[in-house]
Write a protein that binds this ligand. Structure first.
Ligand code: ADP
Ligand code: MG
Length: 293
């Protein structure tokens, strides 16, 4: 044996663990390992997990990155085992680009509180929760460690988070991706209500899609009016009245329900089913692909 290289964990996200061969950057590829951890309202639910959630996130991201790569390039290089994506490393643009077709979530919360100018869009009086918008809209938020902040449509430029031309491109491509994905999911019996995209910049300045895409953590999916996404957890938290999300213990029947909902979203969209996996196997996947980083 000549030498052994082993990837280092360079970032522990709320849900994903990121591995690289260098702690000091300058790498072109990284490994994104999606775990079964849960976050809601930007907080981790300590010690809680949803079986197979990481695998669902990985499989759906792989599906969308491969299906929509003619609209815009993305960071996907390869799927490794059940929970890991080998991706091109990029500089993440610190704006979460949310595309919405309905007035739900944070948009509804702001509307319900009486606001009519929200995220740089004007809304008429008399809308109800869940109403379909005349056409999909973009509602950006900052990508911050402590709580995402709603932004007006042109705030990303004003705050220097992204250049004018890049932001115009990101907005246009985000709407196009959403429209195509909505039709595709509708054909498979799901309603794509909204989703969140993250973009990054390669060294040569090219804007690409990064992170995850079209997953139940980052999108809202409805089947016959039932959520197949993280909304199931958000509803529970809201109804529980608990304010410190980190202390929350999800009941077993909810954990099972969410796991089944996530798995159903994956099978309906990708046509594939989850397979059993072990932490040991995920570790082997990471070690084995160190040579590719
Ligand atoms: P967070 O808690 O920051 O949302 P996640 O659990 O989503 O973290 O872990 C993934 C992290 O990796 C995110 O911060 C995401 O922005 C970042 N990321 C995703 N794709 C890439 C990429 N291609 N290059 C660099 N960073 C990435
Ligand atoms: Mg994230």
């Amino acid at each position: 044996m000549h030498s052994i290289e082993f990837p280092i964990k360079i970032y522990t996200g709320k849900v994903k663990d990121v591995f690289s061969l260098s702690r000091f950057g300058g790498v072109s590829k990284i490994l994104l390992v999606a775990t079964d951890r849960i976050s809601a309202f930007d907080q981790i639910l300590e010690g809680q997990s949803i079986p197979y959630k990481g695998q669902v996130i990985t499989a759906l991201s792989e599906f969308w990155f491969q299906t929509l790569n003619d609209i815009i390039a993305n960071h996907f290089i390869d799927r490794i085992g059940t929970n890991t994506l080998l991706v091109r490393s990029c500089e993440i643009i610190p704006v979460e680009v949310i595309v919405r077709s309905c007035i739900v979530g944070s948009l509804w919360a702001l509307y319900e509180s009486g606001e009519r100018e929200i995220y740089g869009h004007s809304f008429p009086d008399g809308l109800q929760k869940g109403d379909l918008l005349p056409e999909p809209i973009i509602t950006p938020t900052t990508k911050a460690a402590a709580g995402d902040e709603p932004l007006e449509l042109d705030d990303p430029i004003k705050r220097g988070l992204v250049g004018y031309m890049d932001w115009e491109y990101i907005k246009e491509v985000s709407l196009e991706l959403f429209n195509v994905a909505q039709k595709l999911t509708a054909d498979k019996g799901l309603e794509l209500v909204d989703w969140k995209l993250e973009f990054g910049r390669l060294n040569d300045g090219t804007i690409i899609l990064a992170d995850e895409m079209g997953t139940p953590d980052s999108s809202r999916f409805l089947v016959d009016g039932n959520h197949l996404d993280k909304e199931l957890i958000r509803f529970y938290i809201k109804n529980s009245g608990i304010t410190d999300v980190s202390l929350l213990k999800l009941p077993l029947d909810l954990i099972t329900k969410v796991s089944m909902a996530y798995q159903l979203a994956m099978s309906l969209i990708t046509g594939k089913h989850v397979v059993p996996y072990s932490t040991r196997q995920v570790l082997c996947d990471i070690a084995y692909y160190a040579g590719d980083l």
